[in-house]
Structure formats: structure tokens, C-alpha cells
Design a protein around this ligand. Sequence first.
Ligand code: PXP
Length: 238
Amino acid sequence: MANLCVNIDHIATLRQARGEFEPNPIDAAKIVEKAGAIGITVHLREDRRHINDNDVYLLRKTVKTKLNLEMSINKDIVDIALDVVPDEATIVPEKRKELTTEGGLDVINNFNKIKEIVTKLRLKKVIVSLFVNPDIRQIKYAKETGTDYIEIHTGKYANAKTSKDIRKEFFKIKKAAYFAHSIGLKINAGHGLNYKNVVPVAKIPIIDDLNIGHSIISRAVMVGLDKAVKDMIKLIKK
Ligand code: PXP
């Protein structure tokens, strides 16, 4: 049965709207953990548009469950990750102008660089995950990097409009997950998952963690963070 890791980037987005101190991601992480999530996910973006270095170092000290750091392959970010030593690191592609992570990693064309970073992180006993599209070729190369996990990008499924497209994208995720499992990879999933579309993905029994951010933080504005997290866990465990 899948577990929930909450991406709290948008707590920091709200803080950055004023450039001051609230809401505080460290306090948010505590509420999220108390509500039953098994991990806290943050993306230290190159432009520091939400989470900053200080947040990451403080979360490293305060998170009691699991800290999953999303990171690009940029050297400065990799150096910080190797210094912070999160419990888990999810390597993601990053473009400065994108609103959010738009697609999976191109592991094939960045193979040597990604493999080198995976090796460095694993030497520090960090669990490594590569964020990839549900694409069999990319997953084959991901396995060759020595990564522990892949995280399947569920964005296309989440954005699909017709029931035919939703089904098509869902089966791509399922097929990719079972392929990854068959070659010895562990599987997480995330991006664009919300209270309406999460259940089928959560029901794929070989998926370990779902990384969910925007929908939970949006709901938290209306009903509170504790309830928003608990409501999502209820759906995932249904
Ligand atoms: N997983 C990864 C690798 C991501 O980059 C993101 C977005 O930061 C998420 C999951 C969460 O996506 P969302 O905010 O759409 O739930």
C-alpha cells in the first residue's frame, strides 16, 4: 500500500510572497508528520524561488520521518545535497522558466553525469530516486545508473481530459511500474496528483511513496494542513 510524502514547497512559496518569515516550512513539516505522512519532500530549486538552503539544513535537523530532497544535476545543488545528506534524494530535471517540473529526466542523454551523482549520493547512504516519465527506455537506463528508485512522473495522467486519455496515461504508469519492478527497481510516483485522481495510482500495489504537494497545500488553505494531509492519507489507504 502506498505511503504519502508531502511536498511542502508551496508553504515556502507563500512565505516568499512577502519575503518574510511566515508561513514557516519547518512548522508545516511538523504538522504534516503529526498528521501521518511518512516523509517531507522539498525541491531546492536553482533560483531558490521557494525552499532555500537554510530551510533544507533546518529540515535535516528537525524532520523525524524522512527528508526527501528533490534536486537537479547542477553542481552547486549536488554539493549542497552531499553536505546535507538527506534520507532520500530525487533527481529531477530543471528549467529556470518552468512553473513546475515539466517532464521526467532524460537519463539516456545525461547518463554519465546522472550515474556519477547517483554513485556519490549512494556512497553517503542516501536513497536515490530518478524522476522519469513512464517510458521503458528511460527506465532501463535508470536501472544502469545504480539508483534505488524511480519516481514515475504522473503529470500527463493528471492533465488528461477525456476518460480515454486518462485510461491510456494510467496504463502507461502501470506498465512502467511493473517493468521497473521486474528489473529490480523500487517505485515512487508523483506530480499533479490530487483528491480526485489519486486513488487508481495509489492502488498500484508496487508503488511505495506518492509525492504530493500542490493539491494538499491548496486544500490546506481552506481546511487546515492537518486535515488536508489526513484526507489524502484516507484516500491513499482506501
Ligand atoms: N514529484 C516531483 C519529482 C516533483 O518535482 C513534484 C513537484 O515539485 C512533485 C512530485 C509534486 O507535484 P505536485 O505539487 O503537482 O503534487
